[in-house]
Design a protein around this ligand. Structure first.
Ligand code: ARG
Length: 460
């Protein structure tokens, strides 16, 4: 292949070596290769349809791009820094393989609309892969939930035991977070899936192009309607990173709970050894490295979102070289999301629940105090007075180091004469759970119904 010493006849000296390294994107945008080829094939077919390329040119281009794709898939694609980016690398390689037809491929197109198209195709594919893994993670949560229909744990506010909940209810809360993530990604995909090709450098092209044809070939559901906007818009990438940041935020919150639950202080769960590591100097330790790292990687994801927002904020229309900086954050975001979600989906079935410890913690925290207050209100006491009576009952139980349900009826009646024998039905964990019997409540029959509803949605 002949390498240019200068960009074109307009330049009087070759590009400085450091500038070449600084401005090249090929060390990372090689990943776009299959999508660049897909875009070129559709563009070439359109050029032939409108009579700009001959049937022979198109056949040559198809053969050449097919060979390049096969080389790429075999892991043998060799890029060249002199050719700056993936678009030039492929075009030069194509021309080397097929001659003049390769030089005609770029008619009516610019790298500006080409790169915008490539990223959208790449991201659309990435979103589909992420959705598949997100679904697997949700199924894993539903399966784990089903296995623990009757396990009780303390529900927390301010990280203080508040009211008993079913463990299923907690897992289903996680599932709800991921369900929203899937919805958001599906919505984001609609705006990713629009075609910039045809905008050329910024103003469109003087060739009688058929954008509808290219759009259909590439499976885009709409077109970017303004050529200036088409080449400069990266909103879709920012939106995707916002979705990604929320996914990681959710994984991070769940990870934080797993880490807490696994400390012997909580002792609610254990994680399989294969997801943990030891520490060389402390033989007794087993650390939940995977959830810790998942929490940590959220920082990197938030960084990518801020990077792209900052990248765009000062850019005048239309394309600017700044845009080349959109790729590394996006690529890394997708890698991080896929790895994190896949690991989470594998980790969930491995959670070993220590139901006894959860139950003990639920009792210890006076978690049925609200039930006692509600009981008094139902017997006619104003809520504020009921609240105060229960606070005194809790203080008494605390002093005796026992649970509310361990206080005798006589003792309980010193806080309110409205209390009768039937109070014990509401003071138990099971009584408290069963009482929250409405959509969204933690009663076992409600969470079982919630699992069924979620399964139906997942089947789509
Ligand atoms: N590598 C470039 C990018 O990623 C491709 C577009 C270059 N266009 C240009 N006018 N220099 O943005």
């Amino acid at each position: 292949m002949t390498k240019p010493t200068t960009w074109s006849g307009r330049f009087s000296e070759p590009v400085d070596a450091r500038v070449k390294r600084y401005t090249a994107s090929i060390p990372f945008d090689w990943r776009l290769a299959p999508f660049d080829i897909q875009g070129s094939l559709a563009h070439a077919a359109m050029l032939e349809k409108i009579g700009v390329l001959s049937a022979q040119d198109l056949a040559d281009i198809r053969r050449g791009l097919g060979e390049i794709l096969a080389t790429f898939e075999a892991g043998q694609f060799q890029w060249n820094l002199d050719d700056e980016d993936i678009h030039f690398n492929i075009e030069r390689d194509l021309t080397r393989r097929i001659g003049d037809a390769g030089k005609r491929l770029h008619t009516g197109r610019s790298r500006n609309d080409q790169v915008a198209t490539d990223i959208r195709l790449w991201l659309r594919d990435a979103i589909d892969r992420i959705q598949t893994i997100l679904l697997a993670a949700r199924v894993a949560l539903l399966n784990q939930a089903e296995a623990h229909a009757d396990t009780v744990m303390p529900g927390f506010t301010h990280l203080q035991a508040a009211q008993p909940v079913t463990f299923v209810h907690h897992l289903m809360a996680w599932q709800s977070m991921l369900a929203r993530d899937a919805e958001r990604l599906a919505d984001c995909r609609r705006r990713v899936n629009r075609m910039p090709l045809g905008a050329a450098a910024l103003a469109g092209t003087s060739f009688p192009i058929d954008r509808e044809f290219v759009m259909r070939e590439l499976g885009f559901e709409a077109m970017c309607e303004n050529s200036l906007d088409a080449v400069s818009d990266r909103d879709f990438a920012i939106e995707f990173l916002a979705c990604g940041a929320l996914i990681m935020t959710h994984l991070s919150r769940m990870s934080e709970e797993l880490v807490l639950w696994m400390t012997p202080r909580f002792g609610f769960i254990d994680l399989p050894d294969r997801f943990c590591t030891g520490i060389s100097i402390m033989p007794q330790k087993k650390n939940p490295d995977v959830p810790e790292l998942m929490r940590g990687k959220t920082g990197r994801m938030n960084g990518h979102l801020v990077a792209l927002l900052t990248l765009m904020k000062g850019q005048p229309l239309a394309y600017n070289k700044d845009n080349q900086e959109d790729k590394e954050p996006l690529f890394d975001a997708v890698d991080t999301l896929i790895d994190s979600l896949a690991l989470f989906a594998e980790l969930v079935p491995g959670i070993r629940v220590k139901a006894e410890a959860m139950r003990r913690a639920a009792i210890e925290g006076f978690s049925t105090a609200t039930d006692l207050a509600d009981y008094l209100v139902k017997k006619g006491l104003p809520f504020r007075e009921a609240h105060e009576a229960v606070a005194r009952a809790v203080a008494a139980a605390e002093k005796k180091a026992c649970d509310l349900a361990d206080l005798s009826l006589v003792e309980l009646q010193t806080f309110s004469t409205l209390i009768a024998e039937d109070v014990y039905a509401v003071l138990t964990l099971e009584g408290s759970l069963a009482a929250r019997d409405h959509i969204g409540g933690t009663a076992p029959n409600q969470v079982r119904a919630a699992i069924l509803r979620a399964r139906t949605t997942l089947k789509g």
